[in-house]
Design a binder for this molecule. Structure first.
Ligand code: 5GP
Ligand code: MN
Length: 336
């Protein structure tokens, strides 16, 4: 593994460390960030985990989650100050710095050593020590490998193991997606030996829905779902008022897109979500349908071949039209 010795040297004495995760952090970003924070604290580092925006409530049980500094929740000055004072900044689970939102320029201009740990493809050259492995199913999987390579696995306790397991379980769709490899299962076996209670993590993440979320799913299936069989495509659209009607919280619409991909014959699925300031898109595919490239081409986004996201500043109706234009343009690939 490249960069291992410089990383070992960097963390060999106590430092002021900031760990950043992407906006709307998912279980992989937050779990990896919190797992790394807990590990570094055991080596007497001063560590803060910073997120640009809130994480979903179903992750609030992750050890250390309550201490995450959420920049958008009145913590802008504090976040910026922590970044400016840091000796080391870790960037966890994101390929381009713009996913840090308003923290981006502060991180970019900081004199700290920047360490990237990520599994997304990118052309961005940012970072002093870059650990990027696009074959890793999750950034959490890659972090565990780094911990082993550093010879620090004895520090992995149950809490850290469960943080990393949460990231791997969700990024692989519970070991269903094509990113799941023999190495993924080996890492998970190690995490279980370190005490991870996999049934508990699964229950806390997947069986922790409020009733509104379920009722909204029923509504969305009936009134917000479009299937385009000639294009092997299906999508949900969500209007801004739906969030109020169903009292939806951050994360409550996660998983919707997977319902669309679950329909027989569908190879491309989307959730098109109208928010107050923009329309956000979650894209999923199966097989050789490169939704990360399409997200980049049409919606200023990116991600993995089978799971990507992006944004549109058009109206919801215009965004849907643009999405259907995309589908038309890619018809040959979708139906081949
Ligand atoms: P989700 O649909 O779950 O929000 O995101 C799926 C994948 O797409 C994740 O790997 C995430 O990193 C990536 N992704 C989501 N939104 C964006 C975006 O706006 N820009 C980029 N570059 N990637 C995104
Ligand atoms: Mn990830």
């Amino acid at each position: 593994m490249d960069n291992l010795l410089p990383l070992k040297e960097l963390i060999s004495s106590p430092k002021r460390i900031v760990i950043t995760v992407h906006q709307r952090p998912d279980a992989d970003a937050l779990g990896t960030g919190l797992g790394l924070a807990a590990l570094l604290k055991k080596r007497q580092h001063q560590v803060h985990v910073l997120a640009p925006t809130a994480y979903p409530a179903f992750l609030d049980w992750l050890p250390g989650a309550s201490e995450v500094v959420i920049c958008s929740q009145g913590n802008q000055e504090r976040s910026f100050e922590l970044i400016r004072r840091a000796d080391v900044i870790f960037c966890i689970d994101f390929p381009t710095l713009n996913r840090l939102h308003e923290m981006e320029p502060v991180v970019r201009n900081s004199a700290a050593v920047k360490v990237i740990i990520d599994h997304h493809p990118t052309t961005d050259q940012f970072g002093d020590l870059v650990f990027r492995e696009t074959k890793a199913a999750a950034t959490a999987e890659l972090l565990y490998e780094i911990i082993e390579a550093l010879g620090e696995q004895a520090l992995v306790d149950r809490g850290i193991a469960e943080c990393l397991y949460a990231g791997i379980m969700t990024d692989t769709g519970s070991f269903k997606h094509a990113n799941t490899t023999p190495k993924t299962h080996c890492v998970v076996a190690s995490l279980m030996r370190h005490g991870a209670d996999v049934a508990k993590v699964s229950r806390l993440i997947y069986e922790n829905n409020n009733l509104n979320k379920l009722k909204f799913l029923g509504f969305a299936l009936n009134h917000r779902f479009v299937v385009l069989p000639d294009y092997k495509t299906a999508y949900f659209f969500i209007k801004v008022e739906d969030y109020q009607t169903y009292n939806l919280q951050t994360g409550d619409t996660e998983g919707l897109v997977d319902q669309a991909l679950g329909v027989k014959g569908i190879v491309f699925a989307a959730a098109i979500k109208e928010k107050k300031d923009a329309v956000r898109l979650s894209l999923r595919s199966s097989g050789e349908v490169p939704v990360n490239l399409w997200a980049k081409e049409y919606f200023e986004g990116g991600g993995h071949q089978n799971a990507a996201g992006g944004v549109s500043y058009l109206s919801l109706e215009e965004t849907i039209r643009k999405f259907e234009d995309l589908v038309e343009a890619k018809r040959a690939l979708l139906t081949s």
